[in-house]
Write a protein that binds this ligand. Structure first.
Ligand code: CP
Ligand code: NVA
Length: 318
């Protein structure tokens, strides 16, 4: 079991994995396990009875929207979906005003935004907890729930010393995985095309976490070489929401970074698992053969958004 000293300083918001001490991440992982087991045994106790989560979405969503809403219901609470047309964050009124007003109605805010500073501004002005449901900078709920999926996949053994290889764009999901792995002692290789790397300052921040956890961090431009010995291959879309104008150019550049059966074979690991945050663009970053094949755990990964986020909700709103 991993762990470390838990920093008891109160965590109000969850905007980035970088802000959460490793000991707290381990507490949340254990809580997620307990909540999943409780739910499988017949249902969760209504520990968030009467609590309401406001969910602001500036971009589309399937998993984040539905899993947070259902998680609140399972825990005895409820959620309100606020579409991009309704809130028009920072347009119809200032983010500060929206945060202050919402804080009088709901017990927590989950927000999916374009610019990361928007969710930071919400958190600064909201008196209730704010959870980042994806920004251009990161996707911490995704990465946390992915760590939960791996913890479960490896039968609740320590995650330290495993090797995750992210193949694709150095994007929001890649940055969050980098923070999560470097905090939990998982070795991580980020394999991206030249020009699409995670920023040097983000790598430096993760390397500081890694000195505590023993995680090794590598970067690469060569997928065949990068995946050797991988326990996990992880990929995401080549063009994220908001990058639609770059789709054609990225398709050409990222083509050698497709996760296909040749790349899987290059790991040399018969037990390698394949992850994708979804939605997937089948035939681009991942082939049908891999996504539907025996190494893929993508649907369990998606389903675990429900269980992992329950822990985040209980920790912040409970
Ligand atoms: N992975 C993820 O966050 O999916 P959605 O965009 O559908 O919420
Ligand atoms: N990188 C993707 C993740 C979607 C869940 C995006 O931002 O669109």
């Amino acid at each position: 079991m991993g762990g470390g000293v838990v920093n008891r300083k109160h965590i109000k918001d969850f905007l980035s994995i970088a802000d959460v001490p490793a000991g707290v991440l381990w507490e949340w992982l254990r809580l997620a396990r307990a909540l999943k087991e409780e739910w499988l045994a017949g249902g969760n106790k209504p520990v968030l009875q009467g609590k309401v989560l406001g969910m602001i979405f500036q971009k589309p969503s399937l998993r984040t929207r539905v899993s947070f809403d259902v998680a609140m219901r399972h825990l005895g609470g409820s959620a309100i979906y606020l579409s991009p047309q309704e809130i028009r964050l920072g347009e119809r009124e200032s983010i500060a005003d929206a945060a202050a007003v919402l804080s009088g109605y709901v017990h927590g805010i989950m927000a999916r935004v374009f610019a990361h500073r928007e969710v930071e501004e919400l958190a600064r002005h909201a008196s209730v907890p704010v959870i980042n449901g994806l920004s251009d900078f990161n996707h911490p709920c995704q990465a946390f729930c992915d760590m939960f999926t791996l913890y479960e996949h490896w039968h609740w053994q320590d995650l330290a010393g495993r090797h995750l290889v992210f193949v694709g764009d150095g994007n929001n999901v890649a940055r969050s995985l980098l923070f999560a792995c470097s905090k939990l002692g998982i070795h991580i290789t980020l394999c991206t095309p030249p020009g699409y790397e995670v920023e040097a300052e983000v790598l430096a921040q993760a390397r500081a976490f890694a000195t505590q956890s023993g995680s090794l961090i590598r970067t690469s431009h060569d997928p065949q070489e990068a995946v050797q010995g991988a326990d996990v291959i992880y990929t995401d879309v080549w063009a994220s929401m908001g990058q639609e104008a770059e789709v054609e150019q990225r398709r050409r550049i990222f083509r050698p970074y497709q996760v296909n059966s040749t790349l899987l074979a290059a790991t040399g690991n018969p037990n390698v698992v394949v992850m994708h945050c979804l939605p997937a663009h089948r035939g681009e970053e991942i082939t049908d053969e891999v996504m539907d094949g025996p190494h893929s755990i993508v649907y369990r990964q998606a389903h675990n958004r429900l269980h992992g986020q329950k822990a985040i909700l209980v920790a912040l709103l409970g």
